[in-house]
Design a protein around this ligand. Sequence first.
Ligand SMILES: [Zn+2]
Length: 333
Amino acid sequence: MAYAVEPHQYTLRKPIRFGGIGLHSGDMVNMTIKPAPENNGIRFFRHGLGGKHFVQAAMDNVIDTRLATTISDKNKKIIVSTTEHLMAALLGFGIDNADIELDGNEVPIMDGSAGPFMHLLMQTGKQKQNASRTVLKITKEITYTSGDSSLRILPFNGFKIDGEIIFNDEVIRTQRYAINLTGDRFAKEIARARTFGYVEEVEALWEKGLALGVNLSNAIAIHWDKKSVLNEEGLRFSDEFIRHKMLDLVGDLALLGCPILGHVTACCTGHTQHLAFMQAIARATDCWELVEMNSNGKPAAIKRSAMTSTTTSDLLIPFFRPALAQVALAPVC
Ligand SMILES: [Zn+2]
């Protein structure tokens, strides 16, 4: 299965259920991912509120990017935190349409990676749908920089990411990873990488009543001495940290609402920069086009009505509704 060149939309074959604690609250959360019709996208529902209220997994619904990505509907009836690992698994497995029901405000953190989501998605399988996929095809470079963080996307006939992180310690140091997300590379190389943090930072968060669900079964804890990890089992990959950062990036970029044809380079970024980058992309309307894929996986059938309309931004809804949050932007295209 090549990422983003499948011409058709997909949903799950049948519902999948997960249970686990939430990263912030530490409370038990039950989650069911259900198949959904064509052009539905990914929507989150709150158990007990009925089918009317939901929040679409979209960048304009992001309300918080500290520690994790949090989305909400306009009335704040439904708040869903820590969307990134689940969204990465859905995108990595090629699911376009799903309805997700939760009985809490958080996606369960599971083991701190997207591995458990990916495992059950692969076991369950996906169902091909008739509707064509809409794909964001980058046609010119778009960049975003903020302090030491930078993100760039270039035209590329696939989805490729180069990532780099620089930490001042002896465990992470500088790590780089490059991946062309084709076939099962996401599942094998990225999905199982866990979230991480420094012990003293986690303790400070606990004192503020945050990150109450974090423990050694769902995060890599870097020791006080910054030379080792506390987890007895050690690391899953020697460069697990950069792999997890790329998992977060994939999961956040999934909030654009459709797959990307482009080559992303990310240096020292987190959820806040990912959101600002998506906003920069959304505004750079002459640097991309929406395409459909023909049966041999090549971009075709450009949606010319959208490209030539004088109300382009309206026609792009729901793909790139500019977020309401104002973040300093530096798009260069
Ligand atoms: Zn993460």
